[in-house]
Every structure is written in structure tokens, then in C-alpha cells.
Design a protein around this ligand. Structure first.
Ligand SMILES: [Zn+2]
Length: 153
């Protein structure tokens, strides 16, 4: 079924359903389509494009792109990531504590000993100043620096 916007010769606009565009042409020619306002049978299709009734089988109504609703402003990434980041760091701390020896302030010294084979190779962790860490890196000693979060419990 097609809904046509029609108008008579006196410009009364109205709408009427037709099985298809042929049906409209035939019925209009036969004079069976009349204006509901004045009864004029000289009706013609108005400029409006025909609308197709829903459930007619054919999907011919053109999809009109609907602008997406404005997205709520995304929260700053840091807010989103913070809890995960925290968790990750907590986990890292757990791993380090489980697998490495704590050497406290002796970190730089201990790291050098390990690097030069003066003591058995093992993972260590402890505190080191920026200068210490830089010096170690210059000597080719791998130093990972992580923000050390306090324990949660
Ligand atoms: Zn009319």
C-alpha cells in the first residue's frame, strides 16, 4: 500500500491509500478518487514523495540517517584507568615481594654486585635515588622503577 499525498484542482490537500502507483493512476482516471473537501475528482499527486505503508512487504522507505544522540562527555581517561592501574601496581608489588629480595637502601650497591657477579643473581628491590637509578642504568644495569603503592591492608 502506498499513501499518496494528493490535491484536487482547488488545491485541497489530502491523503489516500492505493495498492500501488498503477492503482492510483487507474482510479484517478476513472474519477473514483475524489477530494474529501469538495468532491473534485481531478486529483493529482502532490509533490510529496509517496510513503510506503509499514508491513507492505517491500521495504522502500528510505532510511533516514538519524544523528546519533550526543555522547555523554567521556570521563577523563585517568579517572577510568586509575582503579585498574592501582590494581596492576598492587599486583606487581605482590609479585616483586614474592620473588625478589628486599635490600632497602642498599639497592644500588646490591644491584651492582649482582651485575658484576659479586653475589648470586637474584631479583632485588629496594629504594634507590634518582641519581642511583640513573647511574645503574648508565652501567647497563636494568632497573625497573615502579610507583610503589602502599599495601591496601
Ligand atoms: Zn477539493
Amino acid at each position: 500500500m502506498i499513501l499518496y499525498s494528493l490535491s484536487c484542482s482547488k488545491e485541497h490537500g489530502f491523503e489516500a491509500w492505493f495498492r500501488n502507483s498503477d492503482a492510483f493512476d487507474k482510479q484517478a482516471k476513472k474519477g473514483v478518487v475524489s477530494c474529501p473537501v469538495c468532491g473534485d475528482t481531478k486529483v493529482r499527486k502532490a509533490i510529496m514523495a509517496p510513503r510506503i505503508a509499514k508491513g507492505a512487504g517491500k521495504k522502500s522507505e528510505q532510511a533516514v540517517p538519524v544523528p546519533a544522540p550526543a555522547q555523554p562527555t567521556a570521563a577523563p581517561a585517568s579517572h577510568v584507568l586509575a582503579p585498574q592501574m592501582r590494581e596492576m601496581l598492587q599486583e606487581m608489588r605482590k609479585q616483586v615481594e614474592a620473588n625478589c629480595d628486599y635490600v632497602g637502601n642498599e639497592f644500588a650497591e646490591e644491584a651492582r654486585k649482582i651485575h658484576y657477579g659479586e653475589t648470586k643473581e637474584r631479583g632485588i628491590y629496594g629504594e634507590a635515588s634518582d641519581a642511583d637509578a640513573e647511574a645503574l642504568q648508565e652501567e647497563g644495569i636494568e632497573v625497573g622503577r615502579v610507583p610503589w603503592l602502599p599495601r591496601t591492608n
